[in-house]
Design a protein. Structure first.
Length: 363
């Protein structure tokens, strides 16, 4: 009975990862005549002193010109406000600061949306590198459409440390997984580093049950769009590149912030996928080793290896999306370590507190 339950979980784990393993490239339909469409790029920033200057210059140099840039400062405690002051008054650039008592990334984005004049609102992060035609691609895919658009977000290699390689492969695996489900018209995630929607749709997207979470400005918009029957598309062909967290502590805290919002996922397809992936990791980390120790049954070792091989295959395919690829040696090590990290982060994120950008968040 226990063996059959274990086999069922491993098979379900394989099934939910199959769209990523079998992913085929699909192009989001793009329009030809879109140059006259006004676009508002909204960026929420907090403690991004080293990134805001190159970010704004990068956005100004985008090949698509009919745009405005709105940067909303969420009470930064470093030199972010000083850096932003250098752009105050520049044509096409609006610098805003959240009022006292109003905090958080979602609040900052909403503030930017409220003053945006573009027909399309594009959201991104400060620590992101954008290809020159990034904005043009977004506009061409969203011209005249009342939809939620998500683009791929990949992680830079950084200095090549192991924690940075984990992030490289993790981001790329998420892209493959989401692209695979998008081929089935079921996108399961969005990332606010590369997201867009019509101005009309922005007034209807609600962060349902998301007020207690510092993140979720992306995933809860996807939930809201799905509940309203709005179209949601994922574009794997228009990636941006984010900087990796450089320390284990910052990496773990960022992932805690991501996972903590899972408590607010409504029952449905997205929650089911998340639960099965989590169950697969827990099975590999705790249950299969324990049952092998107690029973000596080799079946448990075999199931552990099947789960491990699934992860190796997924990360090997994901490695082709990275720049540069960390190599197969890193893949097999990340596949071994990542389930343990995921279980630890998941448990602590759902039961404890964590720090992010000089703020403490409690369960």
């Amino acid at each position: 009975m226990i063996v059959m339950i274990s086999i069922s979980i491993v098979m379900l784990y394989l099934l939910v990862n199959a769209p990523a393993l079998l992913m085929r490239r699909t192009m989001v339909t793009a329009a030809d005549d879109f140059e006259n469409i006004a676009v508002s790029v909204v960026v929420a920033v907090r403690n991004e002193e080293q990134y805001v200057n190159p970010l704004i210059r990068n956005l100004m140099q985008q090949s698509y010109h009919n745009k405005e840039i709105i940067v909303v400062n969420d009470h930064s405690t470093d030199g972010t406000a000083r850096e932003l002051a250098n752009f105050q008054g520049n044509p096409g650039i609006t610098i805003l600061h959240l009022q006292a008592g109003i905090t958080g990334k979602k609040a900052a984005i909403r503030h930017g949306e409220q003053i945006a004049r573009g027909k399309i609102i594009v959201v991104t992060d400060a620590d992101v590198e954008h290809p020159q035609d990034w904005l043009k691609r977004i506009v061409s895919c969203n011209a005249g459409r009342d939809q939620l658009y998500g683009g791929a977000v990949l992680c830079d290699a950084g200095t090549g440390t192991f924690v940075e390689q984990i992030q490289q492969l993790e981001f790329a695996a998420i892209v493959r997984l989401n692209a695979g489900y998008s081929n089935l018209n079921q996108p399961i995630s969005m990332n606010a580093a590369n997201m867009a929607y019509s101005h009309a749709l922005s007034t209807r997207l609600i962060d349902t049950d998301a007020g207690a979470f510092p993140g979720g400005d992306d995933i809860f918009k996807l939930v809201s769009a799905t509940q309203q029957g709005a179209n949601a598309v994922f574009d794997a062909e228009n990636p941006v590149y984010t900087a990796p967290e450089t320390t284990w502590q910052s990496f773990i805290n960022q992932r805690k912030r991501w996972i903590s919002k899972a408590r607010a996922y409504p029952a449905g397809f997205m929650s089911l996928i998340t639960a099965i992936i989590g169950a697969g990791h827990i099975l590999q980390v705790f249950f299969l080793p324990l049952m092998f120790i107690l029973s000596g049954d080799i079946y448990y070792v075999g199931l552990w290896l099947v789960k491990y091989v699934i992860d190796v295959l997924l990360l090997s395919l994901a490695a082709f999306e990275t720049r540069p690829s960390p190599g197969f040696f890193s893949v097999i090590h990340v596949a071994l370590v990542y389930p343990f990290l995921a279980v630890y982060i998941g448990i602590t994120a759902l039961t404890g507190s964590y720090h992010w950008k000089d703020r403490e968040y409690k369960r």
